[in-house]
Design a protein. Structure first.
Length: 327
């Protein structure tokens, strides 16, 4: 009996054999969109790298000519011959004012976001949400003028109260001088970043799966228990992201801080008295009178602020990455 050979049957149209044809039939619009997306991402990386290279080159020139210690000197006299300047006071003021702003703004923002998304009637929630979004669009200089003309004169009563009860700590001692201090700056920054954190957090809370909330209610959970067991765990990464957006604005805020703060190149243990400064405020106030070396020194301080912002955002990404179950 002779053996017969048969050709293998062709693969069905929807089987594995059709995969190459499926992948090869990419629409021109998809190719264009993919190319534009990749180009936008690469362009962003190139811009960031260019900024980093520019800041580094100019900063190296200033640091080499500096007669003081760039990290520890409590002085900023970059126009002198030889120049003497350091960022110790600026780093302290930037970090302290931003931390105060975050401590005050984040809990309030989360509370407002919960009220809008889960507690308030729909009509009230819409009105409050609109007001919050409107506050996020107010220019920085408006906040600065309000802080200088209203907040500074009227906050001295609070500072006197803090001095009476907590002045013994030294951190809240107050000498009665105008309240142009890091605490005032922190309060103003908290008001400025509150709408940003609230808006982002509110949208995250609204994305909580309704099935999870209904299941908790079916098991007899109260409204707060539903929020604690379903909404907050789901929105934890979103709260962190929103907080980092607010912190980024607090770290780099210029005009509002320059309008309110009375800078002095010293680190005062009291948060209610004059002293300290921030990177952005110092650049804004010193740049006009700065010479060539003075500008390079300011750029060097800007490089530190640039790196500080990158570190903060990198830390936020690491925290979020550890909670991927809720992203």
């Amino acid at each position: 009996m002779s053996a017969t050979t048969t050709d293998p049957a062709p693969a069905p149209a929807g089987g594995p054999g059709s995969e190459p044809a499926r992948h090869s039939a990419v629409r021109p619009g998809d190719r264009i969109f993919s190319g534009l997306s990749k180009g936008a991402g690469i362009t962003l990386l190139v811009i960031m790298a260019a900024i980093a290279v520019f800041l580094t080159i100019r900063a190296v020139v200033a640091i080499r000519a500096n007669e003081g210690d760039f990290l520890t000197t409590f002085e900023w006299n970059a126009n002198a011959e030889p120049p003497v300047f350091g960022i110790a006071v600026l780093l302290f003021g930037t970090v302290v004012s931003s931390v105060i702003a975050m401590l005050l703004a984040v809990p309030v923002a989360v509370g407002i976001a919960l009220f809008i998304s889960h507690y308030a009637p729909r009509r009230i929630a819409g009105t409050v949400g609109y007001v919050v979004d409107l506050l996020a669009a107010v220019p920085s200089i408006i906040y600065g003028l309000w802080g200088a003309l209203f907040l500074v004169p009227h906050i001295t009563g609070l500072y006197d109260w803090l001095d009476d009860f907590l002045g013994w700590t030294g951190v809240f001692s107050y000498d009665g001088s105008p309240a142009r201090s890091l605490m005032t700056v922190g309060i103003l920054l908290a008001i400025m970043i509150l709408p940003i954190i609230t808006s982002v957090t509110r949208e995250i809370f609204k994305q909580t799966p309704k099935a999870n909330e209904e299941a908790a209610l079916a098991l007899g959970a109260t409204r707060w228990e539903v929020v604690r067991m379903t909404v907050l765990p789901f929105g934890r990464s979103g709260i962190i992201s929103a907080s980092m957006l607010g912190l980024g604005r607090a770290l780099g805020e210029t005009m509002a801080v320059a309008t309110v703060l009375s800078p002095a190149f010293l680190i005062n243990i009291s948060l209610l008295e004059s002293g300290g400064g921030t990177f952005a405020q110092n650049i804004a106030s010193q740049f006009k009178e700065a010479g060539a070396m003075g500008r390079d020194a300011l750029i060097a301080s800007g490089l530190v602020l640039f790196l500080l912002t990158l570190l903060v955002n990198g830390a936020a990404r690491l925290i979020i990455a550890r909670r991927k179950d809720f992203v």
